[in-house]
Design a protein around this ligand. Structure first.
Ligand SMILES: Nc1ncnc2c1ncn2[C@@H]1O[C@H](COP(=O)(O)OP(=O)(O)OP(=O)(O)O)[C@@H](O)[C@H]1O
Length: 262
């Protein structure tokens, strides 16, 4: 059951956001407001526009119409790297880790938002860079602890089970110290036990770090268990938006999820 009621102050606010890919309208006038500390679900059948919405928020595919504001500041047209530095981290639908690198180094990569762009700067100010490195490693250790990745920290990521790889992705996103965390199907391909683990870790991280979360998820049991509110999309359009139990029981949602797309 939801236990993170959001305040009235919107952290992320979208107003009539639209996005086209050629002749396909992937998003049509989508609006939403996510409150501080909320876990907000984004649901809908395949091709509904969920990932496009996340890509619009995180700067990968800016909307062609409408406005997106984060903590009161406009996000439209901001480069993904700057969006990340401004406090929004995301995970990807398909595992996007660096094979051949250890779990620890993959998580450390999440710190890149704080690192200096010039390697030369680090070379000249090596002493400063060393101090910086210690801070980064310390933060990463905290996250390894929080997500219980200690036993695999030195393993190459490709040898650990999928469920753990997804947990490493979550860890890498947390390493960027976001205030808004966007999770794109964090449970895809997981078995029941792995799902239960990742739900637990998401809730732990949310509580420990005071996060606001936007969650794309197909598992309705998870959505109803942990989300406060939800937005339902179909063909890029808003079907319904509101308290999660009302949203998931909307007739169009029920029919969309049993295959008769409304
Ligand atoms: N880069 C792109 N180029 C062209 N069309 C795209 C692109 N990204 C998304 N689309 C189209 O936009 C629509 C919405 O796709 P999107 O991936 O956002 O849906 P989704 O709800 O995330 O689906 P899924 O649950 O399958 O991930 C689809 O018709 C898709 O083909």
């Amino acid at each position: 059951m939801p236990n993170h009621a959001g305040s009235s102050e919107g952290v992320l606010s979208l107003k009539q956001v639209s996005r086209w890919f050629g002749g396909v309208q992937a998003l049509a006038d989508v609006s939403m407001d996510i409150g501080q500390g909320e876990i907000y679900g984004l649901i809908g059948p395949n091709g509904a526009g969920k990932t496009t919405l996340v890509n619009a928020i995180t700067g990968f595919y800016p909307p062609q119409q409408g406005t997106i504001r984060f903590e009161g500041k406009p996000l439209n047209g901001i480069h993904p790297h700057r969006v990340a530095r401004n406090g929004i981290a995301r995970t990807f639908q398909n595992v996007a880790l660096f094979k051949g690198m250890s779990v620890l180094d993959n998580i450390l990569l999440g710190r890149h938002v704080f690192m200096r762009p010039s390697a030369m700067a680090s070379l000249f100010y090596w002493w400063w860079a060393q101090k910086e490195e210690i801070v980064h490693r310390h933060k990463v250790e905290e996250i390894i602890d929080l997500l219980q990745l200690e036993s695999v920290r030195d393993e190459p990521v490709e040898v650990i089970p999928l469920g753990m790889q997804k947990r490493v992705e979550l860890a890498r996103a947390l390493a960027a110290e976001p205030r808004l965390l966007v999770l794109d199907e964090p449970m895809a391909g997981m078995n029941q036990e792995e799902k239960e683990y990742i739900v637990r870790f998401i809730l732990d991280a949310q509580e420990a770090l005071g996060l606001t979360i936007l969650l794309i998820e197909h598992h309705m049991d998870v959505v109803t268990a942990i989300c406060d509110r939800a937005l339902v999309l179909n063909n890029g359009r808003m079907i319904t938006e509101g308290p999660v139990h009302e949203a998931v029981n909307h007739p169009a949602v029920v029919s969309a999820y049993i295959g008769e797309v409304a």
